[in-house]
Design a binder for this molecule. Structure first.
Ligand code: PEP
Length: 241
């Protein structure tokens, strides 16, 4: 199976021209490009092999929700995936597991596959594996309460320990695989999702990507910083081939 490599560009690049240039440079099968909302249409026009993703989605389809973007709008723009519950949104915008669950449900309703992000802060990691498992299982359990049973089809879960994001301190492969496997098993066995892919994210680089992609239970990667450097990102993609 082709591993999924998701590029989370966050609030980058600053101009559309640069977004289009980057998209053209890294457009490959199995890649999901998630540019900022205003660049989605321009990037869509240039992506031939990869697919388009959004960095967020709102839970309502229309109404008095200033600044929000619906799943229907994203679907119309051609987005196939939406990142939901990234730790930066949880931290800076106060997103809760309830909001994350509602966003996942909205994505699924509008035929967009959610990339549900979970992961623990350093203080929890310091308490050991059992505490990490409890923390992440709870994030998932609360979120999925808001996803009706009939929508529990395809979902992507990304295990992203907060202490590994943008720090240059990646999670050990053994631990990352254990967590990805636990998240996927929880969603399939306990919550009855039909099709679950598990990703790892956190300081992935051209150098360490292969070790994650060789792991049996890791179905792909969610890449932040390195996805903005075309040559580095291409190395990550090549590591999964
Ligand atoms: C992310 O933001 O999802 C991420 C994994 O970032 P980075 O690759 O920069 O650690």
């Amino acid at each position: 199976m082709l591993k999924l490599i998701v590029a989370n560009w966050k609030l980058n690049p600053t101009v559309e021209k640069e977004a289009v240039r980057l998209a053209r440079a890294v457009d490959t099968k199995g890649v999901v490009l998630c540019p900022p909302f205003p660049f989605l249409a321009a990037v869509k026009g240039r992506v031939k092999k990869g697919v388009l993703g959004a960095q967020d989605v709102f839970w309502e389809g229309s109404g008095a929700y200033t600044g929000e973007v619906s799943g229907e709008m994203l679907h119309e723009l051609g987005a196939k995936y939406a990142i939901v519950g990234h730790s930066e949104r949880r931290m800076h915008l106060g997103e809760t597991d309830e909001m994350v669950g509602k966003k996942c449900a909205a994505a699924l309703r509008t035929r967009i596959t959610p990339i549900l992000c979970v992961g623990e802060p350093l203080a929890v990691r310091r308490k050991g594996t059992a505490a990490v498992l409890r923390y992440v299982r709870r994030q998932l359990a609360v979120a999925v309460r808001y996803i009706p049973k009939n929508l529990r089809r395809s979902i992507v879960v990304a295990y992203e320990p907060i202490w590994a994001i943008g720090t240059g301190i990646p999670c050990h492969v053994f631990e990352a695989e254990r967590m990805v496997k636990a998240c996927a098993a929880f969603l399939v066995i306990k919550e009855k999702f039909r099709n679950v892919h598990g990703l790892y994210g956190g300081s992935v680089s051209g150098q360490n990507a292969k070790s994650y992609l060789d792991a049996e239970y890791i179905d792909g990667l969610l890449v932040g910083g390195a996805s903005l450097r075309a040559e580095e990102f291409k190395k990550i993609v090549a590591a999964g081939r």
